[in-house]
Design a protein around this ligand. Structure first.
Ligand code: ATP
Ligand code: MG
Length: 383
């Protein structure tokens, strides 16, 4: 009964956890019944239930998710509100066997085209198990054996970032939530992954990233002792200006040789807010302009931003929120709620995402190997 669409995506099913369904549920029928029974109890749709044949639950052929199939006519609207309600109920009851992937709107899919009463269904994509943290004993050895020039592992069970797909990264979270620790991991991986990669680090706080830059011999910009904030942002602007010149150079090359693949340039800025705060309006506006240019032109010319900030409101970008729209990998660490996700994941209902507790946890939105946008709980590596 499942449509072809799910079979064509068979490869995109990833195993996230160590609790594959069959261990608890002997077959998909048991899991179907489990979901159905819980929805009958918790979903309040004018007293309609699966017992009255108002809807049925089906698991897709290759275990990519489940379908909610309404049997028309029903007394409730098939809208995003209903979708989110079902999502909220199921995301909790499926823990820890499945992790539902949140959607921003109702995800419709054709079901039984020959029967107008069953021609449509809601699709709820999931991945197996729950995300697990990478615990790394020997980081150097791990990086040497697991990191490639395109793949950076971020969680256990093969959850990784494909750096060919990731353009600009933003990492947010309150103080002490693990932003710098995660950034340090990414820098170490990138530094090793490809000798041609150029990393440029900016650390206004003169802390973790500064030390790391010195350790790895990477250019790192930090305020000099006694210098004022304004002179520091001016130095950063000069640096960004150089990167933009490089971008223009690359654009020229692309005009005559459109297939050129340039070595990646990563500009890592820890604590955006600390950088823009206290600087003059003029310096801030220049910064905003430069950052915006890199954000816009970076994809084609292989220049990426890795931005870290406690918040990503307009102030963090010096007023240029266009930068935010270019970010295609967003990590939010620490407490997850409508307030903390409003800037990086503005249209996502995060209420029902089961986020693990502890340091270095949150959620991540990224594009996976199969071009699917994913939002899943994040546990940053411990090393
Ligand atoms: N994945 C992790 N596993 C274990 N410990 C971690 C992890 N992430 C962070 N920590 C611990 O939490 C501490 C604070 O993390 P970090 O300095 O990265 O926070 P931050 O978000 O950058 O804070 P600030 O905004 O103050 O710079 C680290 O020194 C480290 O000890
Ligand atoms: Mg930090």
């Amino acid at each position: 009964m499942t449509t072809n669409m799910f079979n064509t995506h068979a490869q995109s099913s990833k195993t996230l956890g160590r609790n594959p369904t069959p261990k608890v549920f002997n077959d998909t029928n048991e899991l179907t019944t489990f979901i159905q029974r819980n929805l009958n109890n918790a979903l309040d749709v004018n007293g309609e239930t699966s017992y009255t044949n108002s809807f049925m639950i089906r698991i897709t052929g290759n275990d990519l998710g489940f379908l909610f199939v309404p049997n028309l006519p029903v007394s409730y609207p098939l809208d995003s509100q209903l979708y989110m309600k079902i999502y909220a109920i199921c995301s909790g009851i499926l823990y820890p066997y499945k992790t539902l992937l949140p959607q921003t709107n109702a995800y419709f899919t054709p079901y039984d085209n020959d029967n107008p009463n069953l021609a449509r269904a809601f699709f709820f994509p999931w991945v197996d198990g729950i995300p697990e943290r990478l615990v790394i004993d020997n980081l150097d050895q791990f990086i040497r054996s697991q990191v490639t020039n395109t793949t950076i592992p971020i969680m256990a069970n093969n959850i990784s970032l494909n750096m060919n797909k990731v353009v600009h990264i933003a990492i947010s979270g309150s103080s002490g939530s693990g932003k710098s620790q995660f950034t340090e991991y990414l820098i170490r991986c990138l530094h090793h992954s490809d000798k041609a990669i150029k990393l440029v680090l900016v650390d206004p706080k003169l802390s973790k990233i500064y030390k790391l830059g010195k350790e790895l011999g990477i250019d790192v910009l930090s305020p000099k002792f006694g210098s004022n904030l304004n002179s520091f942002i001016t130095e950063v602007n000069e640096l960004l200006g150089k990167v933009i010149n490089k971008i223009y150079e690359r654009q020229q090359t692309l005009l005559t040789k459109p297939n050129t693949i340039f070595p990646k340039i990563y500009i890592v800025i820890d604590e955006l807010l600390a950088l823009v705060q206290g600087s003059s309006k003029q310096a801030r506006e220049t910064f905003a302009q430069l950052l915006g240019t890199i954000a816009l032109l970076g994809r084609e010319t292989n220049c990426s931003l890795i931005l870290i900030s406690q918040r990503f409101d307009a102030a963090a970008f010096g007023g240029n929120t266009a930068v935010r729209e270019q970010i295609n990998c967003a990590c939010i660490l620490g407490e997850i709620n409508a307030n903390t996700t409003q800037f990086l994941l503005p249209h996502t209902n995060v209420d029902s995402i089961v986020v693990p507790a502890g340091i270095g946890t949150g959620i991540i939105k990224f594009t996976d190997d199969n071009h699917n946008n994913r939002i899943i709980p994040l546990l940053t590596p411990t090393y």
